[in-house]
Every structure is written in C-alpha cells, then in structure tokens.
Design a protein around this ligand. Structure first.
Ligand SMILES: NC(=O)c1ccc[n+]([C@@H]2O[C@H](COP(=O)([O-])OP(=O)(O)OC[C@H]3O[C@@H](n4cnc5c(N)ncnc54)[C@H](OP(=O)(O)O)[C@@H]3O)[C@@H](O)[C@H]2O)c1
Length: 310
C-alpha cells in the first residue's frame, strides 16, 4: 500500500510515497481504510527534523506521517469491543512509526477512535481529531467556567476556531486575536471581543478586558506578548513547549500536549453533528501531492485544513 514517509529530515523534497505492507491490527487495535487524512503543522515539524531536535521523536529508520484520519474499519484485532468492520470512524494516531495516517490503511488503538460525525463528508471529518482534541483539552486546562474571560491567539486557525466555539458552549467569554481581515470569521465562531494582531497585545487586550483576562490559550505561539494580557494568578496554556513564557505575577503556565482520546473525540464528533462545532476544509489533494500540501501549510494564510485523499 502507499504511505507518506520520511527516511531523513529536510524540506518537502524528503517526503516519499513508499510502498509498505498493509499493517495488521494487534490486540485492542483496529485497521482503518483511510478515506482522508489531514495535514497539520506537526507533520511539517516531523519532516523538517524540528520534532526530533526537540527530543519528541524517537530515532526511527522510517517515520510515517499523518495524525488525523477518517475512514472505515476494515479489520479488528483480538479484544476490540466497541467497533466493528464497516463502521465509519475518525481517530488520532499519536505514534510516529510508519505507516502514519497519510496512507491507504492505518492501525490504531481502539481508545484512539470515535464514531465519525454522520453529517459531514470524510474529508471534513478528518480535520477534527488533532485540532478538536487540542482545543478541548486546552480549554479544560484553563479550568474556566461561565462568565470568565479567555484570550485566544491564532483565533482564525484550526485550534483557535474550535476553541472559540467550545468556550462559547461553556459560557466562557472570549477575546479573539487574529488578522484584521479575519474579524468576521472569528466573530462567527462566537468571539465576544476582537483584537487585531499587534506587537502590543497586552495593552490592546487590557483595553477591552480591564485588569487582564483569566486565561490565555496561545494558539499563535506569541508567548510573552500574550502573557502580558493575563491577570495575576491567571492560567496560560502554551501549545509549543519551547515558546512557553515564564510565569510572572503568580500566573500558572502549562503546556498542552495532544494525545489520542477516543471518549473526548466522540463528544466532539457529536457536537459536529449537533451543528455546534464547525469544521473548515481549505482543499483536498491526492496523497501524491503531499509535498505541495506542506508548502501551502508553511506559507500560512489558510483558513481551513488541507486533507490528503489516498
Ligand atoms: N501541543 C499540542 O498539543 C498542539 C496540537 C495542535 C497544534 N499545536 C500547535 O498549535 C499551533 C496552532 O495550530 P493550528 O493547527 O491552529 O495552526 P493554524 O491552523 O495554522 O492556525 C494558526 C493561526 O495563527 C495565526 N497567527 C500567526 N501569527 C499570529 C499572531 N501573531 N497573532 C494572531 N494570529 C496569528 C495564523 O495566521 P496565518 O495563517 O495568516 O499565519 C493562523 O490563522 C501550531 O503552532 C501547532 O503546531 C500544538
């Protein structure tokens, strides 16, 4: 079967479509016939070697790419209880040995899977796991409840958009930071206040929330400038560990690291079906165009995911 791999780190030219054996599910695992696999920034850092340099990738001769998958179960290993052959599923593959989700088939643990949303196509469903789980867990880490204030940087991005919607469902009031051209988009996701991206983020946010916000989720990886907007004792959720600012004024700084969580993913899938979470597709490309997909993600400016279709 065809799968996207790298054998060495570098630019998009190191991406290969390899011919690998179809993987077999082990105990507690399922094999999914991939209908669509999203491309995320983590794939670019895996390919470039940044993940390896940060000590987050074990030394492997062949690294498989792709975390997000939507498809159909086509084989189940011993001990699998909740899914059967033929079921439409989505999942997060958080192990990096080959093959990854950008392949014709991928094997995942049962606990990494959830029923696919019934109301959207697989291309759209494949965009949910990584950004949805990240947004949901980041919000949980803030511990915020009704009426509290949350700053979301990168609000027009994948994580940011879903986070605004999840926060609104919980009654958390949000300040969205994005490009001036994205105001309508982020307000449509439920943002209560909009702040156009600026070097002086702390002052700009404090102008709309005097005293500072109760928590920040830094999806644009702004770091210290976003921390300036946080009140004393507030919580800062960083999405990339090296860019987590130091805590100051009794703030709490935590780093969110996504991992597979089928139960939480099932809740998110149901919210998509309920019309409470919106997914955005920028484009669908054949697997063979993975290098072009990396170039487009690296260039920025996308307002939806790219998905690969094997
Ligand atoms: N730790 C984890 O568990 C985890 C999981 C998922 C993602 N991540 C990381 O979290 C970040 C967000 O992921 P994502 O998938 O949401 O990425 P994304 O879809 O590319 O969104 C990032 C957004 O931030 C915008 N942006 C960049 N600089 C900004 C600034 N100074 N102010 C406001 N907005 C700014 C980008 O705009 P342009 O497109 O115009 O540049 C884009 O809209 C990435 O760095 C990703 O690697 C971490």
């Amino acid at each position: 079967m065809r799968a996207v791999i790298v054998r060495r780190f570098g630019g998009p030219e190191v991406l290969e479509i390899a011919d690998l054996p179809v993987p077999e599910p082990g105990v507690g695992q399922l094999r999914v016939r991939v209908a669509a696999a999203a491309v995320n920034r983590i794939d670019l850092s895996t390919r470039s070697g940044a993940l390896s340099a940060a000590g987050l990738l074990p030394p492997l001769p062949v690294v498989g790419l792709g975390w997000d998958v939507a498809g159909e179960v086509d084989a189940v290993g011993p001990g699998v209880r909740r899914f059967a052959v033929g079921e439409k599923v989505i999942g997060l593959r958080d192990l990096l040995s080959a093959p990854g989700a950008q392949a014709e088939w991928v094997v995942l643990d049962e606990d990494a899977l959830a029923p696919a949303p019934r109301t959207v196509a697989p291309e759209l469903a494949a965009t949910l796991p990584l950004i949805g789980l990240t947004a949901a867990r980041s919000l949980a880490l803030t511990g915020l409840g009704v009426g509290r204030t949350l700053l979301v940087t990168g609000a027009a991005g994948g994580v940011g958009g879903l986070l605004l919607e999840l926060a609104a469902l919980r009654g958390v009031r949000t300040v969205a930071v994005a490009d001036a051209a994205d105001e309508e988009l982020v307000r449509g996701c439920g943002a209560d206040w909009f702040v156009a991206r600026t070097e002086r983020l702390g002052a700009a946010v404090r102008a709309v929330v005097p005293g500072g916000v109760d928590a920040v989720v830094d999806a644009a990886v702004v770091g210290v400038a976003a921390h300036e907007a946080l009140r004393g004792g507030g919580t800062f959720v960083a999405l990339l560990a090296p860019f987590a600012p130091p805590p100051l004024r009794a703030t709490r700084v935590v780093v969110q690291e996504v991992r597979a969580d089928g139960a939480r993913l099932a809740e998110l899938s149901a919210l998509v079906d309920g019309g409470q979470l919106s997914l955005r597709l920028a484009d669908r490309l054949p697997l063979i165009e993975v290098a072009a997909a990396h170039e487009r993600v690296a260039a920025g400016g996308l307002r939806g995911r790219l998905v690969l279709v094997p």
